[in-house]
Design a protein around this ligand. Sequence first.
Ligand code: GLA
Length: 379
Amino acid sequence: MRTEFVQRYGREPLLVSAPGRINFIGEHTDYNKGFVLPGAVDKRIYAAIAENGTQTVNVFARQFGESVSFDVSETAPREGWINYLLGVTYYVQQIGVKIKGVDVLIDGDIPVGAGMSSSAALCSAYGFALNELFQLDYSRMELAVIGQKTENNFVGLQCGIMDQFASLHGKTGFAMKLDCRSLEYEYVPFNFPEYKIVLVNTMVSHELSGTEYNVRRQQCEEGVALLQKYYPEIVSLRDVNYEQLTRHWQEFNAIVYDRCTYIVNENQRLLAACDALRHGDLPGFGEMMYASHKGLSKRYEVSCKELDFLVERSKTIKGVAGARMMGGGFGGCTINIVQANGVDSFSKLIKDAYEKQFNITPEIYVMQLEDGAGVVGSQ
Ligand code: GLA
């Protein structure tokens, strides 16, 4: 990337990278101010960047073979991936600091649309790079919020903070339990050397933006509004317990009730799953992954037939501790915890079964938990 940058722009860049993420459990809980348990992984977005002495940001995305330019003072969204950079440029300056024009070269190996948050990694890498280059002094959490606001207001996805948080805070060998209300977090070791984290990509691309994802968020808010009439202290589904929910079930629209039930259960499950991890109870942890999937599929309805098939099939393969769909849903990957010496046979069995069923070849990735965004090479 350094060589290409020098050829393209004629000067030495700063090189940074930011990872994609997995999530062990706690899905769709982030925007309900609950808990999540993500980890940063060894697939990353790389950004090479240098000041160019103008007011223009020039971006070349090597994966897409596309270049786009915009003025640092632009405030309105456009079409396509450039919004991730436009939004970050806008929000880093929102509190009054000013940046100058930069040249940027982007590349990476996070599969796009696979539910591993390539977009959050892009915002994190670019935000991190601007922070370094212009010494803006944002904390990692502030950069995560900038990425989230970009996704919310420039891209139009009303996502929570999980992906951006994970991309900026990852730590090798650890998952992170994040409280999405207080933004307090703790590192939880995922310490099962005889197991691997294996993603199976359905190759069904999820298009979350502006669609069902935002509908789910509205449905959760509808549930909160209903319960607030009885319990004014409730601000989000995080504050709701099962008893409060069931007491008022008759007043709920059936779909909204299902959505809320899933979220209330998933928050509880996450806490239990963290306990299981702390006690080295992998079978218990795996059971909770399967229960999470069931809720996501039946009550939250963000799965799809391809994801359901992969999760069901995983149950029949020896050495799989747990599996579930991962991320926003409607496609993307399943996350599987698989015995290390069984990864090859798992991969073969699941690939053959999936090909036979859907006539699609899934991609399979064995993941490592890695550090979050960082400088790879200085100017
Ligand atoms: C997407 C969003 C996250 C989170 C997950 C579901 O990845 O970007 O904020 O809501 O879906 O858990």
